[in-house]
Design a protein around this ligand. Structure first.
Ligand SMILES: CC(C)(COP(=O)(O)OP(=O)(O)OC[C@H]1O[C@@H](n2cnc3c(N)ncnc32)[C@H](O)[C@@H]1OP(=O)(O)O)[C@@H](O)C(=O)NCCC(=O)NCCS
Length: 562
């Protein structure tokens, strides 16, 4: 799903009203990045390209529903105060575009970032681009240009040169291979996130299969990347190119960070270490697309290749890696996840392949709680109780319940996700408003006498779960286009004269889409959530009722705690 930027992230622009700030905010908005606020001291209250401007980052965070990332376009001498302000306000990722930021200022910003458990990209960076998902900073020039040359795919790029980041992306896409994310770590000698930090993110990213690293002489960034391979922390193929072969010691080559001093950070040293750890080292820049294509073919380590020779074809799984004393779920060690993420976040990681933000985690947990049980009458509960009453063991009785979750019970989430997606697609294809797309869809369902999945309920007219889920989604800044569409559909249904409110399945469907979950996995969230409820019913049936009783589907009374 790409790294650092996607449609879910809420972005602030510091210096939004300046020349570059304004131009690059246009780029970000046009490419679909959620720029929700801007800051320019003394210009609070204005808007820039429709984005509200605040005087301080604190104001922006408070009034815009939370900020995930801030992109800085303030002149170099003012960067330190702007960056510290953002970090103090709790922003966890800063993209610092300006060049010539004083070295000691960068060190102070880096220390503050560490203290606040935040990350910085840059300074002196073009930013980040995740094709078809979002852009931060000034990478790619214009949204129109990016749409022409950058396609989504399996190759990640981390680079110390801005210009090379985009040209490498262009050549790789032109060779028919798409890109996950392109990160320009910045050209200065001290930068926030380094190649090694970016490689860790690419390792955890399910979309990225191969990474291209553009290195330069000077600093230890390439050597650190090599250590990550040697330690087994980075395990995907790495195609590396190091610029500066001909540079003489003591001469600065292109960027401020590209300088060899005291024999440290030499071209030869970097190349030798990268070779040693098994990276694919490109001799020439133009070889990179071919080497990437080769690396994408068989992603086999030497040892698995040997095993393959002996045992015939191996098959692959990308979910959990088991090694002696190490268990990794989608690249994260289970022991590091334990106690630091919620069960909901771990479920998302297992199913989607990426760790969701804490905000998304809260919402996933709320979704799971919302569906945990709905009394004794749902068919899955009746099926589980009926099986339990025959003396079936727990696993069989619970399985009977799960087997009853199908298209007409628990299946509305997937159908509703498809419906919302189709309304969102026709909105884009026909260049119409969200309200028009929603009204057209409701009309066509009515004409074809089709039920609207995710709307109406046999008992609830104002389902408390729906309201609560949508509130949490707004609070956490997770609600996006799909939530807007389901709400537009609700309005269109009302205007068509029907009293069919969004039900819990409809709310879950929209939220899962806004969290980048594919419809095919929609109902599985219901299955996971309902499991504890089914177990409770099976246990109650076994311990409270006589075997083989006739179970009436509705003739029962609640006698538990009020
Ligand atoms: C950062 C940079 C882009 C700013 O250039 P600019 O847009 O021409 O500068 P401007 O003076 O027009 O805009 C800066 C804005 O920041 C605002 N600003 C100043 N301090 C601020 C702060 N603490 N918070 C928010 N905004 C602030 C200014 O008020 C100004 O806005 P205004 O013009 O509405 O008053 C430029 O200095 C720079 O570094 N360019 C090189 C970028 C680059 O090449 N990076 C590397 C790529 S490889």
């Amino acid at each position: 799903m790409a790294i650092l930027i996607d449609h879910t992230k809420r972005v602030l622009v510091q210096g939004i009203t300046g020349r570059e700030g304004l131009a690059r905010t246009r780029l970000m908005l046009d490419y679909g990045t959620q720029v929700v606020a801007g800051v320019t001291p003394s210009k609070g209250g204005q808007t820039a390209l429709g984005v509200p401007v605040y005087n301080t980052v604190g104001d922006a965070c408070q009034n815009s529903g939370g900020i995930d990332i801030s992109v800085l376009f303030v002149p170099a001498p003012l960067v330190k105060s702007a960056a510290l302000e953002a970090l103090e306000a709790g922003v966890k990722l800063l993209v610092i575009v300006p060049d010539r930021v004083p070295l000691y200022d960068v060190l102070e910003i880096a220390a503050a970032a560490k203290a606040n458990e935040a990350q910085i990209i840059g300074p002196n960076t073009l930013g980040v681009l995740s094709p078809e998902a979002g852009v931060l900073g000034m990478m790619g020039g214009s949204a129109e240009a990016i749409q022409k040359w950058a396609k989504a795919g399996p190759v990640g790029i981390t680079s110390r040169s801005g210009g090379i980041t985009t040209s490498m992306g262009y050549y790789i896409t032109r060779s028919g291979i798409g890109l996950s994310s392109l990160v320009h770590v910045g050209g200065d000698s001290v930068v926030g996130m380094t190649h090694a930090d970016i490689l860790r993110l690419f390792q955890a990213d399910a979309q990225t299969e191969v990474v291209v690293m553009f290195g330069e002489i000077g600093t230890s960034q390439e050597e650190d990347a090599a250590e990550l391979i040697a330690s087994g922390e980075f395990r995907k193929p790495l195609v590396a190119y190091v610029g500066g072969r001909a540079a003489k010691e003591g001469t600065r080559f292109s960027h401020a960070g590209a300088i060899i001093e005291g024999g440290f950070g030499t071209y030869e040293g970097k190349i030798e270490r990268l070779h040693e750890v098994g990276a694919v080292v490109a001799e020439s820049f133009t070889d990179i697309p071919r080497l990437v294509a080769e690396a994408l073919k068989p992603k086999l380590t030497r040892s698995t290749a040997k095993a393959e020779e002996k045992e015939g074809d191996v098959w692959h799984t990308a979910i959990t890696e088991i090694q002696p004393n190490a268990i990794r779920l989608r690249g994260y060690t289970l022991d590091s996840l334990m106690g630091s993420v919620t069960f909901g976040q771990a479920i998302y990681l297992a199913l989607v392949g990426e760790l969701p933000t804490p905000q998304m985690g809260r919402l996933i947990d709320a979704i799971l709680v919302a569906s945990i049980d709905h009394g004794a009458t749902p068919p899955s509960t009746l099926a589980a109780r009926t099986a339990a009453s025959t003396g079936a063991p727990f696993n069989a009785a619970v399985a009977a319940g799960l087997l009853s979750i199908n298209q007409h019970h628990g299946g509305a989430i997937e159908d509703c996700m498809h419906m919302i997606q189709s309304a969102m697609q026709s909105r884009v294809a026909q260049a119409i408003s969200i309200e028009e797309a929603a009204a057209a869809l409701v009309r066509s369902y009515k004409e074809n006498k089709k039920r609207l999945p995710g709307f109406g309920h046999r008992i609830h007219t104002d389902d408390p779960r729906t309201k609560r889920l949508l509130t949490i989604a707004q609070e956490e800044g997770v609600a996006g286009e799909a939530v807007a569409m389901v709400q537009a559909l609700a309005l269109a249904v009302m205007q068509s004269g029907k009293a069919l409110p969004i039900n819990v399945d409809g709310a879950i469907a929209a939220l899962l889409l806004d969290m980048n979950i594919v419809p095919e996995l929609g109902n599985t969230f219901f299955m996971i959530a309902r499991l504890p409820g089914l177990i409770a019913h099976v246990y109650e049936e076994k311990t409270r009722e006589r075997p083989m009783r006739v179970i009436h589907p509705t003739n029962h009374q609640y006698d538990g705690k009020k």
